[in-house]
Write a protein of this length. Structure first.
Length: 327
């Protein structure tokens, strides 16, 4: 089976952007592929985190994966810091990655603007992500559009290593969803919805209560045109149509037909109901699982063991080719 790999950072509570761009697409892949899903806590510490919150959110995210249909018997589900091969491979890959290329990453540029002091971990973040993907010989990486540049970097570095030494890594492809690949912020529909946005009206969390969801969508920024169209000139309305069509599993064009003669109020109400309805089963399963800490820890231990076994195979090859002794 070909390997599908994806990771999510426990850097905040997850938004519907994370859900539609990534998480909601994961369970369907489990039959056809060997799926490996990770909680990227080593990535999360590239910006300041409160340790207690980070610890809690790490297990929240494991529970959320399970609530979204990830079966730990079929897929490998684990926490990044419990598989040390990630940082080991990242170090080797750092030695063939140019600083210029890292400086050009748009996520680095965006995130560094928000930091008082920019630390090396933030610049090196994509190299750790490259290691995550390459360690498992992944063929496909289901992520949102915002990660496309990092996947291209992954292909570049893998090819560089394969050329410099000998074929070692599978060259992975991005697997972005057709609809929902880039959900925008509700307060600023020109930038992506992000779980670390300081304005909590800008995002909807997967675990938000129905009334909170309704309130946030009611307050979503639209425009003064008053007509509903699916166009970049009306980013707020376009985003609402994207959210609606993703939750309803229809195309944005079909959604547009439903609302062509509606007002913004009516559109917002329908979007809110679609989101509330779509998230209800996930929320219910999450609350049922989250309390069982022992079971969650067992899933993590088992997942880390399986992941480490696969990661070791790649890492040993890499060390041998580079000339790092292993006895
Ligand atoms: N707005 C989005 N629309 C669609 N997909 C999105 N993803 C993130 N935002 C959107 C996808 O979610 C997955 C997990 O993302 P991540 O946690 O690794 O980090 P991120 O992309 O940096 O997400 P956030 O929410 O913006 O987190 P912070 O604020 O911590 O940086 C990825 O597949 C991503 O594409």
């Amino acid at each position: 089976k070909k390997v599908v790999y994806s990771a999510i950072q426990p850097s905040g509570s997850l938004t519907i952007g994370n859900y539609l761009g990534a998480l909601s697409n994961f369970s369907d892949l489990q039959e056809e592929y060997q799926c490996i899903y990770c909680v990227a806590n080593m990535h999360a510490i590239t910006v300041p985190q409160n340790p207690a919150d980070l610890r809690k959110r790490t297990l929240d995210l494991i529970a959320l994966y399970v609530a979204c249909g990830i079966d730990p018997e079929k897929s490998i589900l684990y926490i990044q810091s419990q598989v040390p091969e990630h940082t080991e491979l990242a170090w080797v890959l750092n030695t063939i990655t140019s600083i210029g290329q890292l400086n050009r990453m748009t996520q680095f540029k965006d995130k560094s603007k928000k930091q008082k002091e920019v630390y090396a971990g933030l610049l090196n973040y994509p190299v750790l992500m490259v290691a995550d993907i390459l360690l498992y010989q992944s063929a496909f990486v289901p992520v949102g559009e915002d990660q496309r540049q990092h996947i291209e970097l992954t292909r570049d570095i893998a090819e560089r290593f394969n050329t410099r030494y000998s074929p070692t890594f599978t060259i992975p492809d991005i697997m972005a969803p057709k609809v929902g690949a880039k959900i925008m912020g509700l307060q600023d529909p020109t930038s992506k919805m992000s779980k670390s946005d300081p304005d909590e009206n800008g995002f909807i969390l997967i675990l938000d209560e129905p009334d909170v969801i309704r309130r946030k969508i009611k307050r979503a920024v639209t425009d003064s045109k008053g007509t509903i169209a699916y166009t970049d000139e009306q980013p707020g309305v376009k985003n609402l149509l994207d959210i609606y069509s993703s939750f309803k599993h229809i195309s944005p064009e079909e959604a547009l037909r439903e609302f062509e003669s509606a007002g913004y109020g009516e559109l917002k109400e329908a979007v809110a109901e679609a989101v509330v309805e779509g998230l209800a089963p996930v929320q219910e399963r999450f609350h049922a699982i989250r309390g069982d800490k022992e079971q969650l820890e067992a899933i993590c231990r088992d997942g880390a063991e399986k992941a480490s076994y696969l990661a070791q195979k790649t890492l040993r090859k890499v060390y041998r080719k580079v000339g790092l002794v292993q006895f």
